[in-house]
Design a binder for this molecule. Structure first.
Ligand code: ADP
Ligand code: MG
Length: 698
């Protein structure tokens, strides 16, 4: 039944079917019934026109049409209907499809009108309301939880507005019997989590009769949605662990030990030690490591990477680290060269700006096993970059790379190398579980000692003089300052003008020779960027004006003041990353957020959050609530974003339960062979098939 092509369902036909396919990707009955309402309205409640206020989200009115006329010219042409009840009157307005609507509407007949009333110049009107004639059984259909569906212009044109979609859902559901919707969870799981049946859930999500029914239906459907994602991820992880041979890094050898005993520049934090141990055990276990290392900005991930890489070298393997920007790759190269100098290792850097000759040499040396450590940017992914024996791949700031790019590194050896992904963009636990559910995770939850929390303040642009005064004080103390300007593609030209303007103003305010100001942005060549960075690193310039090219990774401990211009234009995770460029040395660091005077509610919350906490995880939770999971960096390509019902910002507890349930199913029966688990095997296969079908069509 649920496989029935959409055109054969009651009330649809070929014309509507075409639009449903094109607009919503609904091909069969199953697609339709899993096209869930996006909200519910109370259709048992009526208002009078006199009761309307700005606060009401939607109103349902009962009354008659007094008059109707089409007014306005061209763009502003519209149908205006005067609608009245005993308490007053209101305008109903249509800007589209008004000719047809005008023909349908009758004077003196009683109508029910439903929509959002807005106040225009002191008078309320409702644009594009739902309007139905009062018929004998009209009130029987009205429910306190009437489903509302997203529709599109083209669908509406074919009568499939929200009401139309609800009608075809109703037709379908009337024909459904439980056998059409077999259970897709085992009785065990259903009983344990007190879930209602799959069949009932499908019906009640569209036509709930009470708040409780709706709640139960939502819980059941969200649970199964999240359960299957977790089942897939956890199964993948388990299967990979048993089938993929990992290189066994059996020994902790000379390089690691020498470095650890003699050349470590400081004591490792407990968190670094713990994480290194997790990595060491994993790489020695015989399984191939796929590990995500999370640690807030400045927590010392680089050192963990470096020491893990020494383990690879001790076991006669090559290793590489990939960074998202040239600046960051250069910085890692310097760090590695400095720290590893006494060990006499061959370390090379390969980026987009490597010279042809150099590049050729590096490629040869990689193949002849004469390079131990390769550091680079995206350039590492290219097919021509081949290793003799790559044993460990580190991806720094991994959220900057796509899934496909990471996969390519995996294939740089016949047996996949161990993989360590590092990220400083903390993501909320719920997201981590979903997007990295197939990875093991390690967490550095401690900053190196002696760090003073960064003081963050929010100033308005008209307080700039004060800010400049403060910067002069800090520079007099020997500190350095970053000043970051926003730069986004959509307004690139204007943003560059602002950047240049800002730079000019600064040079005026901070004149040479007392002050030296560097500037770095995307339009400079890599040599120029590097030159300016080096000047700043050597403390030849005190101020670095930059765009977000310095957002990730850059580590210059003496720079202790971060000024963020037009801070309201940045997202929270970006602000946090930028702030993370300071607070890296022993001195008190500051972050100054400069904004315009007028701020929207979201911007105000972002500034408030930044001022009140330095905790990346706390910030990421607020970010998730503000933006929703779809916009969180690095999640777009993960392919699990097509959640139909569950909301990762709100349903963390359901996710937790679903993950536990999936885990215990797999712990007992990883291949899903037990009788009670057959249903999982079948559903997974079915999901796989539907996916491939879609891709053929798409
Ligand atoms: P991130 O985790 O953001 O990549 P980095 O690896 O760049 O952080 O480290 C930030 C700074 O902290 C660097 O200057 C690094 O040398 C320093 N650092 C790392 N580990 C320690 C430690 N255990 N004790 C003191 N300083 C440390
Ligand atoms: Mg880093």
């Amino acid at each position: 039944m649920l496989d029935t092509p959409i055109e054969y369902l009651k009330g649809i036909g070929t014309v509507r079917a075409d639009v449903l396919k094109k607009e919503l990707g609904i091909y069969n009955a199953l697609d339709l019934i899993t096209y869930y309402p996006f909200r519910y309205v109370d259709k048992t409640k009526f208002y009078t026109i006199s009761q309307i206020t700005d606060e009401l989200p939607y109103v349902q009115l009962r009354g008659v049409i007094d008059s109707l006329e089409i007014v306005g010219l061209k763009q502003t042409k519209r149908l205006v209907v005067k609608f009245k009840d005993n308490t007053g009157n209101i305008d109903l307005v249509w800007f589209k499809g008004y000719n047809w609507i005008a023909q349908q509407l009758k004077l003196g007949v009683e109508y029910i009108v439903f929509g959002k009333a807005t106040n225009f110049m002191g008078r309320y009107n409702i644009a594009h309301p739902e309007i139905d004639e009062v018929t004998a059984d009209f009130f029987k259909q009205q429910s306190a939880f009437q489903s509302v569906y997203n529709s599109t212009e083209k669908l509406k044109f074919k009568g499939l507005d929200s009401t139309g979609i609800r009608k075809v859902q109703g037709n379908l559901i009337q024909q459904l019997i439980p056998e059409h919707c077999p259970e897709n969870l085992s009785q065990e799981v259903i009983a344990e989590h007190k879930l209602i049946s799959h069949f009932n859930a499908l019906i009640h999500i569209h036509f709930p009769e009470s708040a409780q029914q709706l709640k139960d239906a939502e819980l059941r459907l969200k649970f199964e949605e999240l359960f299957y994602i977790q089942l897939k991820l956890l199964k993948l992880n388990k299967v990979r662990a048993t089938t993929t041979q990992g290189f066994v890094f059996s020994r902790v050898g000379e390089m690691f030990n020498t470095f650890f005993s003699n050349h470590l520049p400081f004591q490792l934090t407990n968190a670094q030690k713990r994480v290194l141990k997790e990595i060491r055990l994993d790489m020695g276990s015989g399984r191939q490591m796929n590990r995500l290392l999370q640690g807030d900005v400045g927590s010392g991930k680089t050192l963990v990477a470096l020491m893990s890489m020494l383990l690879a070298i001790d076991n006669n393997f090559q290793t590489c680290i990939m960074a998202p920007t040239e600046i960051l790759a250069q910085q890692h190269y310097q760090t590695f060269i400095n720290l590893l100098e006494p060990l006499n290792l061959n370390i090379a850097i390969l980026t987009g700006s490597s010279k042809v000759k150099q590049r050729k040499q590096i490629l040869e040396k990689l193949l002849s096993n004469d390079i131990h450590i390769l550091i680079g940017t995206h350039a590492l992914i290219e097919d021509v970059v081949k290793f003799a024996s790559l044993g460990l791949v580190v991806v720094d700031e991994q959220h900057r790379f796509g899934v496909a790019q990471r996969a390519k590194l995996r294939n740089k050896n016949t047996n996949p190398p161990h993989i360590l992904l590092m990220t400083a963009t903390p993501i909320p636990r719920t997201l981590a579980m979903t997007f990295y559910g197939d990875l093991d995770t390690s967490l550095i939850d401690e900053l190196p000692p002696g760090r003073k929390p960064i003081k963050t303040v929010h100033y308005f642009e008209n307080q700039r003089l004060r800010v400049n005064g403060f910067l002069k004080e800090q520079i007099a103390l020997g500190r350095q300052v970053y000043i970051v300007f926003p730069l986004i593609q959509e307004s690139e030209k204007l943003d560059y003008q602002n950047l240049q303007q800002g730079y000019d103003n600064l040079v005026n305010e901070f004149p040479a020779p007392t002050y030296q100001v560097s500037i770095v942005h995307g339009k400079l060549s890599n040599e120029q960027k590097d030159f300016e960075m080096q000047r700043f690193i050597k403390n030849e310039t005190q101020i670095m004006v930059a765009t977000t090219v310095i957002e990730v990774g850059v580590n210059i401990p003496n720079a202790s003041v971060m000024v963020i211009e037009s801070a309201e234009r940045f997202g929270l995770s970006q602000l946090h990353q930028l702030r993370g460029r300071v607070g890296r040395g022993a001195d008190q660091s500051f972050c100054i957020l400069l904004t315009g005077a007028k701020l929207g509610a979201d911007s105000r919350l972002r500034m408030k959050t930044m001022v009140s906490t330095n905790d990346g995880f706390e910030i990421s939770e607020v970010d998730l609530k503000l933006r929703g999971p779809g916009d969180i960096e690095g999640t777009q390509q993960s392919g699990v974003m097509d959640l139909k019902l569950a909301n990762l910002a709100q349903d963390g507890h359901i996710l937790q339960l679903a993950r536990q349930a999936a885990q215990s199913v797999l712990d007992e029966d990883v291949n899903l062979e037990l009788e009670k688990n057959k249903v999982y095997q079948q559903t997974l296969i079915k999901q796989q098939q539907t996916k491939t079908d879609w891709s053929k069509i798409g």
